[in-house]
Design a protein around this ligand. Structure first.
Ligand code: ZN
Length: 68
């Protein structure tokens, strides 16, 4: 669903570390295909309709997700 090459060039806008693909989790909203988890900080970015949304405003805390 997501181009591996695209994944290689994407970096976290918060800390500029690389991101890795995560599966869609239960309870995710409509149109969420999965998440891109930052390897440097605790933020995860949604993939909406195949488009990675690399915006800090749209990101969630990885710890918050795990608590659900
Ligand atoms: Zn980061």
């Amino acid at each position: 669903m997501l181009d591996k090459q695209l994944l290689d060039i994407l970096v976290c806008p918060s800390c500029r570390a690389k991101v890795e693909l995560k599966e869609r989790a239960e309870g995710d909203g409509e149109g969420i295909d999965g998440w891109l988890a930052c390897t440097g900080c605790d933020l995860i970015y949604p993939i909406r309709n195949g488009i990675p949304v690399m915006l800090i405003d749209e990101a969630k805390k990885k710890t918050a997700e795990a608590a659900q």
